[in-house]
Design a protein around this ligand. Sequence first.
Ligand code: MLT
Length: 202
Amino acid sequence: KLSFTHRFEPATVAGSPPLLLLHGTGGDESDLLPLGRAVSPGSALLSPRGPVPENGMPRFFRRLAEGVFDEADLRRRARELADFIAEAREAYGIAAPVALGFSNGANIAAALLLLHPGVLAGAALLRPMMPLAEPPVPDLTGTPVLMLSGMADPIVPAENAARLAGILGRAGADVAHDIQPAGHGLGQADVTAVQAWMARMV
Ligand code: MLT
């Protein structure tokens, strides 16, 4: 029995990169399956549920307030998620996944990149923010990362997203940072942008 409640859909096209789907606050393991299918038809989909309930809403780590994170919990949860990915890779026979995370899910994906380089083969981060006050600069040479920020996002200041892009770039990741005319929510433009990025990656 694997350590996270999750859903798994096997690949239908051999060689397509497995996706790790990481939902936003209040989502669950079913939320991002349609998005995953849309952006990379044929990929295996591994979709865990955030193990930390906030007033009943699943999250991937604790926060003290909106945008203010419990970093000790974040570090512990990032390690547990890295362990789950290793278990799932073994159980399902999949390669290192590309994360597709939204909001809180994007933030734990960013933490995985920074704290556990090598666990993810790449990441599409939708409305991410910098998860750590003093991030390490790991070696992410050549790791593809797409960041999609919202110009009018009330949760993520533009400067914060830019700082995350800067750190990932300094770590050697191959970062594309697009600023969409959008708020915190997702729209069709995000789907199209992730699709195009995935298509370039394979
Ligand atoms: C977070 O807590 O990760 C961010 O505030 C985004 C959110 O989940 O609302």
